[in-house]
Design a protein around this ligand. Structure first.
Ligand SMILES: [Zn+2]
Length: 307
């Protein structure tokens, strides 16, 4: 075989790779506006609305803890130079609060989703009287956020196709309404006396209010995972589980269930430990890899756990 065609092929390949390399290194966003989103739940929502009209960077990894995750110096710089930063807020992202503040001080438009979700306060536990950041557990609250976020995307994404954005926003709110209807129907199969929730921390206040559950208690008796329970907290929770004959304790997939297992054992009853995607998506492409999917998996597991 002659060596000339191979040499020619190699030269063409080098030229093609160089061209690709230049494009990729010149601008990671391909000249598109850049949106940085803190949590993977909101990352999914922003991507649903904006499609490929902007480069969306999501900081929180799948199955991570939104209260405690941190970011690299490079990611902090991306936040300070973005066209828009979308964060969950109401005190949720404790690990990167200073970077959100720094982005805002740099003049970046920041959108606090929770502020538009008609927030409620914790009624009990160590966080009583402060605002509950876990608004996404109620799809109607998420619809409020989508309504508020849509014009902010339109204003901050230069050259956006406004008609496409309006259409995707309306379509997604339709899916949220369908989700709420499905959740109501499925939860409706749980007898009212059994609609009692015991969770890892106080993560389901909005879901409880929207769908008629009573929150009996949480292993960490507050609104953040960055606290630990005392032995008297655990003792009173054990008492509550026994009193209400709670069949299942719901934990976050991002946290080990050691405490929950110890608690279940302590009650001396057959208490099931059920992991939920309560505040993080699973990996892309999996059943709980989107917000709608995560909510459906949780709804099914809560219903099965209590029925
Ligand atoms: Zn939480």
């Amino acid at each position: 075989m002659s060596r000339r065609p191979l040499a020619l092929l190699a030269a063409v390949l080098v030229a093609v790779l160089a061209a690709l390399g230049l494009t990729a290194c010149g601008d990671a966003a391909d000249g598109r506006p850049r949106i940085v989103v803190t949590t993977n739940v909101l990352g999914d929502i922003v991507t649903e609305l904006i499609g490929d009209q902007a480069a969306v960077t999501v900081l929180m990894k799948p199955n991570a803890d939104p209260h405690s995750f941190g970011i690299s110096a490079r990611e902090a710089n991306q936040m300070r130079t973005a066209d828009l930063v979308v964060y969950s807020g109401l005190g949720l992202e404790e690990g990167i609060a200073q970077h959100i503040e720094a982005a805002e001080k740099s003049g970046v438009t920041v959108f606090e989703a929770g502020a538009h979700a008609d927030p409620i306060e914790y009624s009990s536990g160590d966080s009583a009287g402060t605002r509950d950041p876990h608004f996404w557990t109620d799809p109607d609250r998420m619809a409020k956020v989508v309504t508020a976020l849509t014009p902010v995307l339109a204003e901050n994404v230069t050259g956006i196709d406004a008609a496409a954005l309006t259409a995707s926003s309306e379509a997604y709110r339709g899916k949220l309404a369908e989700l709420a209807t499905e959740m109501t129907a499925r939860f409706g199969t749980i007898p009212t006396p059994r609609r009692k929730l015991v969770t890892n921390h106080h993560v389901f206040g909005y879901l409880a209010q929207r769908f008629g559950f009573e929150v009996i208690g949480a292993i960490i008796p507050g609104g953040t995972t960055l606290a630990s329970p005392s032995s008297s907290d655990l003792a009173s929770l054990t008492g509550a589980i026994e009193k209400y004959d709670v069949p299942a304790v719901f934990v976050d997939t991002s946290h080990p269930d050691k405490l929950a297992a110890a608690l279940a054992k302590e009650t001396g009853r057959d208490v099931e430990i059920v992991p939920l995607y309560s505040e993080s998506l699973d990996a892309p492409g999996t059943e709980a890899g989107t917000y709608l999917g995560m909510m459906r998996v949780n709804t099914r597991r809560i219903t099965d756990g209590l029925t």
